[in-house]
Structure formats: structure tokens, C-alpha cells
Design a protein. Sequence first.
Length: 78
Amino acid sequence: MAHHEMNTLMSTPEMVWELITTPLRKAAAAIGHTLEHWAEASSYMQAAQRVANMSDEELKALGVTRAEAIQQALGRYV
């Protein structure tokens, strides 16, 4: 007869609960992370669109080129 070590720290219902909830918690965290990145990317793109809509005169008054302004708007995405 084979001898199996029992985990004495968790009951069987607790183990089943962990088996069910662990993947769900990981999936929820991944979805949250993805949504956060989408929101961040969207705000960067909105900032880049505002720069694209600015006239050359407005950019010159700010003392930046269009490329510099876009780079600043996109931050780490460039």
C-alpha cells in the first residue's frame, strides 16, 4: 500500500478553494494590468494628438519642435 504525505496545514476544502481561486486571482491581476496599460497608452496618445493639433507658431512660442513635443507627450513609449 502506497503512503502519501498529507498536508497538515490545509484541509481538503481549503486546498480545493486554493486550486480554484489561484488561477482566477492571477487572471484578474493580468486583466487589471492590461487595462492599466491601455488607459496609460490612451492618455499618451491623447497628449500626442493635442501636440499634432498645435500650429507651428504655438510650438515655436513654447520653444520646442514638433518632434520634441511629441517625444515629451509619448514619454517612455518613444
